[in-house]
Design a binder for this molecule. Structure first.
Ligand SMILES: [Zn+2]
Length: 488
């Protein structure tokens, strides 16, 4: 029998470099990290990609505003993203920048294929352009003549451009949606389908008189439109179609994206891939926007929260836990420092930290054998948590892990092990350590440092999902200090 290890390829949004990383981008990246780590502890072969989208007029303007050379500007900002993800313990396998040669080469190659297929033609574009969106806007998309996201009037532009025949792919895209019902992000699926049914217009895919971008191979007066360029990162990070990484991991299993870029991923991206002759990704998932104390996070409101500041103040795992637990994945959420403190003091200190400290204190005083019979089988609960994760219900998965933690605290209160001795005590302690071991496995994608620390105190190496059954305890307890400290 031939065993084939399941593969899993997941991507974060490719972050656009007109801004520093903030709590919203951290939330998207941590969510992707939790999912990637979950698939790893399920023994899958995982490729987790993040990176930065560095071309486009908006980036050029942001650099100009700061009086910086654009290359220097993107180098610094890209590094800031990388540092932030490293600090937040993001386990990415690759970080791609769209200004790298490995990316530019593949974009050029692909655009030549698209052109050869007759899907590119020269024309004139006249329209209303929002630089904030890096996109032309139709009148129906404007509110009082302004872009609804950027609250600015678009610029009127009339220029030569090359078009991509998106209209040609309308039926193919609709068929693709029909045959792949999981492809579109569920909350936005109908909206996207209806827009495609209304008809697709060809899209302008080059810009003239802009020098910050990848040159359009057959007309050097043009650079490739930033969106056509950026989407290809998901493939260029794997290399060419002939590369082993491409063969191992494509099609991507999950693109996590923001709402504002859903159209590009759900419509333009499959069409580009159809034209190149590459299978589209399997699933697009829109994660929600994070508000800050109920306000939209934006530069103009001056309420950008640096995730490193928060993680520094409360710990990386506290931030990770709070962000994932607070908001059902896919819905809009709200960042509140008070709520964060409540969750630390309640769930992390009183429930989890207390459980581990209490249990290991009892064990340290006990000199008998830790063994016995499982008081409860956790298999059913682990199955439910696995289903939550498959459905991307990250906050529900945490809720269900917390049920096990709270039940285990309840188990201590009911058994009153401080009144027991000998075999009876050994049996209660056995149930405690085995449950804590399973809890540590289940928590490892969410709060990896804490999980490692619990394994350390258990005297064991980190384990995987297939070890989530009550077995024979083989570790040696070395109780440490509290996992989390109460915040006043
Ligand atoms: Zn806009």
């Amino acid at each position: 029998m031939v065993f084939k290890i399941k593969k899993f390829y997941i991507t974060t949004p490719l972050y656009y470099l007109n801004n520093k990383p903030h709590i919203g981008t951290a939330y998207a990246t941590i969510s992707a990290d939790v999912i990637a780590r979950w698939h790893r502890i399920n023994n899958e072969k995982v490729f987790f990609l993040t990176g930065t989208d560095e071309h486009g007029e908006k980036v050029k303007r942001a650099a100009d505003e700061k009086g910086q050379n654009v290359k220097e500007f993107v180098d610094n900002l890209s590094l800031e993203f990388k540092k932030t993800w490293d600090y937040l313990n993001i386990s990415y396998d690759d970080f791609i920048r769209t200004t790298e040669n490995r990316h530019k080469e593949i974009v050029k190659k692909f655009i030549e294929i698209v052109e050869k297929n007759g899907d590119i033609y020269k024309g004139k574009y006249e329209g209303k352009y929002c630089i904030g969106c890096e996109n032309y806007k139709t009148d129906s998309e404007l509110i009082d003549g302004k872009c609804s996201d950027h609250k600015k009037s678009p610029e009127i532009r009339k220029e030569d451009t090359y078009f991509f025949r998106l209209s040609k792919y309308q039926n193919k895209i609709l068929d693709f949606y029909k045959n792949n019902p999981d492809f579109l992000s569920p909350n936005q699926a109908n909206e996207i389908k209806n827009r495609v049914k209304e008809g697709l217009k060809d899209v302008s895919i080059t810009r003239i008189n802009v020098d910050w971008g990848i040159p359009f191979p057959s007309d050097k007066n043009h650079v490739i439109y930033v969106w056509f360029d950026a989407l290809i990162n998901y493939v260029s990070a794997l290399g060419d179609k002939n590369c082993s990484k491409f063969k191992d991991f494509w099609p991507a299993d999950l693109h996590i994206i923001g709402k504002e870029i859903n159209w590009f991923h759900s419509v333009l991206w499959p069409a580009i891939l159809f034209s190149i002759g590459i299978e589209p990704p399997k699933k697009i998932y829109v994660n929600g926007w994070l508000l800050s104390e109920n306000n939209k996070i934006s530069k103009s409101l001056g309420n950008i929260i640096n995730p490193i500041d928060i993680a520094n103040k409360y710990s990386v795992d506290s931030l990770r836990y709070y962000l994932i637990k607070e908001t059902p994945f896919g819905l809009d959420g709200n960042f509140s420092e008070n709520k964060l403190i409540q969750r630390i003091n309640g769930e992390l200190v009183s429930d989890l930290g207390n459980l581990v400290y209490r249990a290991f204190s009892l064990i340290e005083k006990f000199d008998g054998e830790i063994k016995g019979e499982p008081s409860e089988n956790l298999e059913n609960q682990i199955k439910i948590i696995s289903e939550n994760m498959e459905k991307l219900q990250l906050s529900y998965a945490l809720q269900n892990i917390w049920k096990i933690i709270r039940n285990t605290n309840k188990y201590i209160n009911e058994k009153e092990p401080w009144k027991l001795s000998g075999e009876n005590l050994g049996n209660v302690l056995y149930n405690l350590v085995e449950r804590i071991r399973i809890i540590a496995i289940l928590l490892s994608p969410f709060i990896p440092k804490t999980s490692e620390e619990i394994f350390n105190q258990l005297g064991l190496k980190p384990q995987k999902i297939n070890e989530c059954k009550m077995g024979e305890f083989k570790g040696k307890i070395k109780k440490g200090s509290y996992l989390f400290n109460k915040i006043d």
